[in-house]
Design a protein around this ligand. Structure first.
Ligand SMILES: [Zn+2]
Ligand SMILES: [Zn+2]
Length: 586
């Protein structure tokens, strides 16, 4: 049904926008989408007319015909019709079965004729009742940022009206958790036109979360034998030619900069990744095999020139701070190091209560299609991919393969999380790099006194602050456990007479490093309790005569109406304990 609806969507768009160029169309777990290049941008106001036309088409028996076609004939057909992307998709289909869907003057490619054939069994009434065009987005043709950006129309399609309504309700509930909305309401981050798109300002509340995550990683990395480094955010442009990022990734970098008064005319680049800087840390002195594995980490800032149309909240930004680290090791050390990193992933996900993700082994796939995209060393690829596959199996982690998703210097393991919008994002990666040591001439002295190339692991269990905090906001619906909450406790005096005592309580808590604030009397207590609930503060402490007299507070936990009077000294210990243990339940 969804496949058939996706064809109808493309037909409707072609009829309403005859200039439209068709891209890909796919069925999703709850509907379908289709991509288009159009002259005048599509807006959500266009969706009702498109949906209406789809309904008319379906009632009128769309499509007129579906005919099998041989791939070479498909190429010719789309040549004649100025549909370059349909032609390219037909060319990519290789030997697989293709069909052409005809209706009116329009034709479109069908890459799954068996699904088209199945439409005969679908009840028209159910199909009409169960679908809805819901939103617009952008997507690069074939998912590659060097290709044209297309408009994507998303739709839901459920087997019945009841299920569609349930889907809508679920979506609305999820929308309340959406990171952009909560980020604004909880004052975590902001954007400003004078700063620029995709450049988040982390407000004090959001920064508190970042700091907690960094503290967590610093501890785990210390325990795992990492040493911290700090490196500049810029480097000479030549560095990126040496690494091979330039010229191919120039579009993804900020424009280069050159000081007009510089007699050496050096050109600098804002770094799009931390790796080369770390490699230079490795190269800063002669290294012996006895120093390996050499593990260095840094929460490092990187800058990428995302398309201004593609930037979105914290998920697509132009400035990111990455939980980066690189491990330089011998071939014998690779497997134990990879296993140790996977173990660290397990630890951090357990601390954060993250269990719903998929692991993707991103390989080169058929590299021939992207000669420029991957380093040319078939043996190196085969060996590295086999190593990663093996450690995943040994770690007993279920995974799927993502051909063509590798980094250009090696395969990687990606941790994929689904956001409330339904979109899947890579939140963390672990990469095995067999190529960069050669390019940057990195070496260590082996036991025989001869220079050898190290292997390099790139890892970032918490990805970037931007993307990971977005994920955590949605994971917790903004109701962070005490250790991660920006404001861990708020003191509410019942009246003016207790404002001073409230401040004393705040000082006592800050004295044991608890992020506590005071909402002084003025507005009614009920109003201030509601405000604390809106801000999702985990511990609300009400103080009045009884509490003042007994040096205690009345604790209300988030989401509960119950109050429990607790001596201040005990509360200090209790909150400290919840924070130190990083409890998910406190
Ligand atoms: Zn089809
Ligand atoms: Zn790296």
């Amino acid at each position: 049904m969804r496949h058939w609806l996706a064809h109808a969507l493309r037909q409707a768009v072609i009829e309403l926008r005859p200039e439209a160029l068709l891209g890909a169309a796919e069925v999703t777990p709850d509907g379908f989408y289709a991509d288009f290049v159009v002259e005048r941008q599509l807006s959500t106001e266009d969706l009702p007319a498109i949906e209406l036309r789809m309904r008319e088409l379906l009632k009128a028996g769309f499509p007129r015909a579906v005919e099998p076609i041989q791939p070479p004939d498909a190429l010719g057909l789309f040549d004649g019709r100025a549909q370059p992307y349909q032609r390219e998709l037909a060319a990519l289909a290789g030997e697989s079965a293709l069909a052409v869907v005809h209706h009116g003057n329009a034709v479109q490619l069908c890459a799954a004729p068996e699904l088209c054939a199945a439409r005969a069994s679908v009840a028209l009434a159910a199909a009409l009742e169960g679908f809805e065009l819901r939103s617009l987005g952008g997507a690069y043709f074939r998912g590659d940022a060097r290709n044209v950006m297309m408009s994507r129309i998303y739709a839901w399609a459920m087997p019945s009206k009841v299920e569609l309504e349930a889907k809508r309700a679920e979506f609305e509930a999820a929308g309340l958790r959406e990171h952009k909305k909560l980020g604004r309401e909880l004052e975590l981050f902001a954007f400003d036109d004078d700063i620029g798109p995709g450049l988040p300002l982390w407000l004090p509340n959001g920064t508190a979360i970042r700091d907690e995550l960094e503290r967590l990683m610093r501890e785990l990395e210390f325990d795992a034998g990492f040493e911290r480094v700090a490196t500049p955010h810029i480097a000479r442009q030549e560095l990126y030619y040496k690494t091979g990022h330039l010229p191919y990734y120039a579009d993804g970098m900020f424009p280069f900069m050159q000081h007009p008064g510089d007699p050496e005319a050096a050109v600098f680049a804002l770094r799009p990744m931390n790796c080369p800087h770390h490699h230079k840390v490795f190269a800063a002195k002669r290294r012996s095999h006895r120093e390996l594995p050499f593990r260095i980490s840094e929460y490092g800032h990187v800058y990428r020139y995302e398309d201004s149309g593609a930037v979105s909240g914290l998920l697509r930004t132009r400035c990111m701070c990455m939980n980066d680290a690189h491990i330089y090791c011998t071939p014998e050390q690779v497997v134990p190091e990879l296993l140790a990193v996977l173990d660290m992933h397990r630890q951090v996900y357990a601390v954060l209560g993250l269990s719903e993700f998929r692991i993707r082994l991103s390989t080169r796939g058929d590299g021939s299609a992207h000669a420029n995209k991957f380093v040319d060393d078939p043996e190196g690829w085969a060996r590295s991919e086999a190593i990663l596959r093996d450690v995943l199996v040994r770690s007993e982690l279920p995974f799927f393969e993502g051909p063509g998703e590798a980094a250009f210097y090696g395969p990687k393991i990606d941790f994929q999380f689904r956001m409330v919008t339904g979109r899947e994002e890579t939140a963390s990666t672990l990469q095995l790099d067999f190529a960069m040591a050669e390019r940057l001439d990195l070496s260590y002295v082996g036991p025989d006194g001869q220079p050898r190339r190290p292997l390099i692991l790139h890892r970032a269990p918490l990805g970037t602050h931007e993307r990971f905090v977005a994920l955590l906001i949605e994971r917790f619906g903004g109701a962070f456990p005490t250790w991660l909450a920006p404001i861990q406790a708020r003191v509410l005096p019942v009246g003016e007479a207790y404002d001073d005592y409230a401040k004393q309580v705040q000082r006592a808590l800050r004295g044991v490093r608890v992020r506590a604030d005071v909402d002084p009397s003025g507005p009614t207590l009920g109003k201030r309790i509601r405000e604390a609930a809106v801000k999702k503060i985990p511990n609300v402490l009400v103080v009045g005569e009884r509490e003042l007299a007994s040096r205690s507070v009345a604790v209300r936990r988030r989401g509960s109406e119950k109050q429990e009077v607790v001596p201040l000294v005990e509360l200090q210990q209790r909150l400290r304990g919840a924070i130190d243990s990083r409890s998910l339940d406190a």
